[in-house]
Design a protein around this ligand. Structure first.
Ligand SMILES: NC(=O)c1ccc[n+]([C@@H]2O[C@H](COP(=O)([O-])OP(=O)(O)OC[C@H]3O[C@@H](n4cnc5c(N)ncnc54)[C@H](O)[C@@H]3O)[C@@H](O)[C@H]2O)c1
Length: 444
């Protein structure tokens, strides 16, 4: 089938490449001409494992093309998919639909009879119906409207798209339903393709993300209690996750959720609930609890220095919101690092992929080329993102190279035994009691 995707970011690009890989002819449109040029020459402008190989293959066999020319893009397609961003409006915290609306208005005069317009962007309930009217008021051809929320996770995006748990499609007519069934035919052997009405598909996406954010926040609160009562949250997590009714995913305590989706989608769900007169009290509480957690992260480091980090050097391993992505949107690093800086700390950072986006967001940070370089001469080392490569770093050499070998592990990558044997003088994990060496006893 011929498909055009408007918006070539983390979702649009992965969707486009995967749909091309399954035999469709995909045209990706973006207003960012630099991005288009880069993609036309086979260079992926984001970090997503494996995407470069599939891009090259599908460019070579002419299954995918990139353009900044919307007119050509729309003319190409049976299906036009909108995959632009839907961030939160920083003032009202409502989802900001200006990018989606702008696309709707610009495709309206270009549409041809019988095309299907699909909203893939995560959008509040009612958006697809509203866009249908908006487009229809600026064009006089018959077209169908659909929604197709995306559930991929950055870092495993291709795998998630190629082998989804489910495909959700919201439609209002048989024509769109048949077209989209055909589009997703190559994916549906191993999963359910669920056809719903427009509003239910939109709601499924928000409810899924709000539920996952709630699960993370739940275990984070349990971890606070574990620290006070001497339990170990990793064991608690395993013990409850083995219950198939609960499941182990999204049940690891950490610094609090961040990233490009959960913060804005929980805010959007709370906003939609308020507007609709059905307050989402659980989601509102999740947002509050998570914000509080992010704002208190620095306290674990303050504690190591009796409340003052003035002139202390704090090294960070990992600043992206999760490993295997370069995405810095709403990363916990954007809370803890500026807070420590405002208290006089010098912050030194190493992240395998975060520097490009992070440099603009984290001013006055010293960026290093390796984990060892970041830790050298630091007064404390703080692990914020669990990049797999940190397991390969020698912790012994790291501890020796530090000014004072404190290890703060927001991802519980290591444990007390490893930290002690490696020569650290303290180990502060999440959801377990912290350990501080009795240095006087050691030295006497
Ligand atoms: N990132 C994720 O992991 C993820 C997962 C599931 C769903 N989503 C949802 O998918 C949507 C897109 O998210 P993303 O992370 O890919 O965003 P993104 O910011 O990475 O990409 C958006 C792209 O749209 C382009 N764009 C903006 N206006 C345009 C216009 N008028 N015409 C053409 N292109 C335009 C931008 O230049 C950018 O390249 C959001 O609604 C998001 O909530 C994201």
């Amino acid at each position: 089938m011929k498909l055009t995707i408007i918006g070539t970011g983390y979702v649009g690009l992965v969707s486009g490449i995967c749909l091309a890989e399954r035999g469709h002819h995909v045209c990706c449109v973006d207003i960012d001409e630099e991005k288009i040029k880069s993609l036309q020459s086979g260079v992926v402008p984001i970090y997503e494992p494996g995407l470069d190989v599939l891009l090259e293959k599908n460019l070579n066999n002419n299954h995918i093309s990139f353009t900044a020319d919307l007119k050509n893009g729309v003319a190409h397609a049976d299906i036009i998919m909108i995959a632009v961003g839907t961030p939160s409006n920083p003032d009202t915290q409502a989802p900001d639909l200006k990018y989606v609306d702008a696309v709707a208005l610009s495709i309206a005069p270009l549409l041809k009879e019988g095309q299907v317009v699909v909203v893939k962007s995560t959008s509040p309930i009612g958006t697809a119906s509203r866009l249908k009217q908006l487009i229809q008021s600026h064009c006089d051809v018959n077209f169908s409207m659909a929604t197709n929320p995306e559930f991929l996770r950055e870092g495993s995006a291709m795998n998630d798209f190629m082998q989804p748990d489910r495909i959700v499609i919201g439609v209002e007519d048989d024509f769109a339903s048949k077209k989209l069934e055909k589009l997703y035919h190559p994916f549906k052997d191993d999963c359910e393709l669920m056809m719903t009405d427009l509003a239910s598909a939109e709601m499924i996406k928000y409810a899924a993300n709000a539920f996952l954010a709630t699960k993370i926040t739940f275990i984070n609160e349990v971890s606070n209690l574990c620290e006070k009562v001497g339990a170990d949250v990793s064991q608690v997590s395993k013990g409850i996750g083995l219950d198939t009714r609960i499941g182990s995913q999204f049940l690891e305590a950490g610094p609090g959720f961040g990233g490009s989706c959960f913060p804005k989608d929980t805010l959007a769900m709370a906003y939609v609930g308020q507007q609709a007169g059905a307050h989402q009290e659980i989601v509102e509480t999740v947002i509050k609890v998570n914000d509080h957690r992010l704002n208190m992260l620095h306290e674990k480091i303050l504690k190591l220095f009796n409340g003052s980090v003035h002139n202390k050097t704090i090294a960070f391993w990992g600043v992206t919101f999760k490993p295997l992505t370069d995405d810095m949107r709403d990363s916990p690093a954007l809370n803890i690092i500026p807070q420590l800086q405002s208290l006089g700390a010098k912050c030194v950072v190493y992240d395998p992929q975060g520097k490009n986006q992070g440099e603009g967001l984290l001013p006055n940070v010293a960026w290093c080329e390796s984990a060892c370089e970041a830790a050298r001469n630091a007064d404390a080392l703080c692990i914020l993102t669990h990049w797999p490569e940190f397991y390969d770093v020698s912790l012994e050499e790291t501890a020796i190279s530090m000014q004072t070998a404190h290890l703060v592990d927001f991802r519980n990558m290591f444990n007390f035994d490893i930290a002690q044997k490696s020569g650290f003088i303290s180990y502060t994990p999440i959801g377990m009691r912290a350990w501080v060496a009795n240095l006087e006893a050691t030295h006497s």
